[in-house]
Each structure stands twice: as C-alpha cells, then as structure tokens.
Design a protein around this ligand. Structure first.
Ligand SMILES: *Cc1c(COP(=O)(O)O)cnc(C)c1O
Length: 360
C-alpha cells in the first residue's frame, strides 16, 4: 500500500491514525457487534458518540453554554439558506462580505429571502484580498463572512467590526485550524469534509438567544430549523452517523495533539514553508495579498498554462496529488489542512524547486 499526499481542497486528507482506528473498529464498534453504519441513531452506543462529539467540540473551541451546537446535514451550501431562514423572521435586512465564490453563493441564496446589502467585496480584484473596512447597516439582522476563501486562498486574520450587528461566519475550510474566540460570532457553520471528517455532517454553532427567540421565517423547512435541531440534540431525524463518529475520532485526535493551539502552530509552520519558498523566487507567482494569505489553501501559478498542466501531472507521478487549481483561478492550489503532514509540504516544495529548475 502506498498513500499519497493529497492536496485536495475537499474532501481532503484525514489523519492516518484516525483512519486506522475506524478500520480496526469498523465491523464491531465498542463491543456492539455492529458497525456505526448499521446501528440505530437512538441506541445508547450511538447517542454516546453524538454526545462525546459535541462535548469535545465545545472543549476544543471553547464554546460556552450560551451556544447551541448542532450536527446537521446538507453541507455548508444548505446553511447558505438556513442562515437567512433562521435569522430573518423579525428583520429582513442581511449584509454580506463577498470575498470569494462561496461568499457570493451565500449572498445569492439570501437574496431569495432578504434585502441583501453587500458590505464589502474584493470581486474587482478577483478576490485576491480581504477588504478591511466593511460598510454595515446598523439595523441589519446579521453580517455574513466567509472565514477562509477555499478557492482563492484568502483568510480573515481579524474579526471585522460589525458595529454590534450579529456576525455569521462560514468556517468550512478553516474550522479547528487555529483558536477563535467563539464569543465574537453569533453563528459559525462548517461542512466537515475539509478539516473534520468525511462529507456528511455539517456543524452549526449558534447563540441560544438568537435561536430560541423565534427569529425563524414561517416557511423555514423543519429540517433547516436550528431550534428543532437544537431541541432534538441533532437527532430529529436519522443523522449522518458515520460522519459524526469520524468527527468524534478527529476531535479526540486534535485534543491528543494539544488542541487547536497546537494545530495553529503546526499549520503556521507548514504554510511558512510554502510561502517562504514562493517569496524567495519569482518563477512561480502567488496572487494573494500577503497579509490575507490563507494558512489552508495556497494558490500559485507557473509562467504558462502548459507548464501548469505539466506541473500537476508530474507532481501526481511523484505522489503529490490533486494540485490543480479551481477552474475559476487556474494554475495550482495546495490545500494544506490540519491532516496534511509537514513532510507533504516539504516534498511539495522540493518538487517545485526541481520542476522550476527543469523548465526555466
Ligand atoms: C467547501 C465549502 C463550502 C461548500 O461546502 P458543501 O459542504 O460542499 O456545501 C462552503 N463554504 C466554504 C468556505 C467551503 O470551503
């Protein structure tokens, strides 16, 4: 067996130790005589997984009792609609910071339900930076940001000043990569398949005062209602049990490694290896403004389309796979989430040096 370094933007690598543990207990989970894939979500053995996953996430992120934590389905894209549906019941104004493709999609979904105002945008610069000033309507129901722009490789390294308007953040591609002060946000949501688990479960962390005060639009589908999901402890209907179980294993793993502080240190080290190399030469170009560079997704280009294609192909032959950039950006993109080992990043930089020398 030979495992590759998978630089995919998502689904992405999972810690090998977690995969092995899941493999070892796949046929007989915890003496139950069955796989997590086969058990009732109402059984004691599964509700323990559900509870432990929630408790560990609360511990890792420092989530207080002022917040509900929910494990739902539909991916982050479903939350693009759930956010307005759950927050606009009393006020139909929603402000969006448009810093990339997912941010734009989120704002488009909200336009079905809300009077949407674009509080900031870097579209004119092909999303190569994060606008620092945002123009918020002080009477908006919420302001939405995309914490890490997976496709364009930018990341908020600050919390924007929303003038007291509740802040909603899509953290799909950088959740658990570094500490955040949850109290700065009213809602955080994230699909699992970048930093947490196989696709399936979506995490929603929402302030109880917003969820419990009935800010839901009357036609909000029951499945998307945070108040229902919270009340039922994410067991309103059949949940994505296996994905939540894998999330629990990953949470245990992160805790063992030293928590999100340790992840932040490791991720900063990995990102520095790649960015320091990019800054040390001018054959490859990295388009993103330095202060807004993502620690998770690193886009770069070689001098030509042909060389980009050659790079992706030859890298794959060297065990460095899924480096093709998103079609909206072109070139290459190295996604170096929590589970990408530092050895993978070092190998990538070695390959980049060799490829540049051979093709200059
Ligand atoms: C991947 C991603 C999404 C889409 O997630 P799905 O779970 O596929 O719906 C949304 N936002 C961000 C920031 C992402 O990285």
């Amino acid at each position: 067996m030979s495992r590759v370094y998978n630089f995919s933007a998502g689904p992405s690598m999972l810690p090998e130790e977690v995969l092995k543990q899941a493999q070892a207990e796949f046929l007989d989970y915890n003496g139950s005589g069955m796989s997590v894939c086969e058990m009732s979500h109402r059984s004691k053995v599964y509700t323990e997984i559900n509870d432990e996953a929630e408790a560990l996430l609360r511990e890792l992120m420092g989530i207080s009792d002022d917040y509900h934590v929910m494990f739902v389905q539909g991916g982050a894209s479903t939350q693009f609609e759930a956010v307005p549906l759950n927050l606009l019941g009393k006020n139909n104004k929603a402000d969006y910071c448009v810093t990339g493709n997912f941010a734009n999609k989120a704002s488009k979904e909200a336009q079905k339900y809300a009077d949407v105002h674009i509080a900031s945008s870097s579209k004119d610069a092909n999303y190569t930076f994060i606008p620092k000033d945002i123009n918020v309507r002080e009477d908006a129901a919420y302001v939405h940001i995309t914490n890490n722009n997976t496709i364009f490789g930018t990341e908020y390294h600050f919390v924007p000043d929303t003038k007291g308007v509740p802040l909603v953040s899509d953290m799909s591609s950088d959740i658990l990569s570094r500490p955040v002060n949850v109290n700065d946000y009213s809602v955080i949501y994230a699909g699992a398949q970048k930093n947490i688990a196989p696709a399936g479960v979506t995490i929603v962390i929402a302030k109880k005062e917003l969820v419990d005060n009935d800010n839901t639009l009357p036609y909000c589908p029951t499945m998307l209602k945070w108040s229902t999901q919270a009340k039922e402890h994410s067991l309103y209907n059949t949940p994505p049990c296996f994905s939540t179980y894998m999330a629990m294993l990953v949470f245990r793993h992160i805790k063992k490694l030293g928590g999100v502080e340790a992840m932040a240190k490791y991720n900063a080290e990995k990102a520095a290896i790649l960015y320091d190399f990019l800054d040390s030469q001018d054959w490859y170009k990295a388009p993103v403004a330095k202060e807004d560079r993502s620690f998770m997704n690193v886009p770069f280009v070689s001098p030509s389309e042909e060389l980009n294609a050659k790079f992706v192909k030859e890298a794959a032959a060297n065990g460095l796979v899924t480096l093709k950039g998103h079609r909206l950006v072109g070139g290459m993109r190295a996604s170096i989430y929590n589970a990408m080992p530092i050895e993978g990043v070092k190998k990538l930089v070695e390959f980049m040096k060799k490829f540049a020398a051979e093709n200059k």
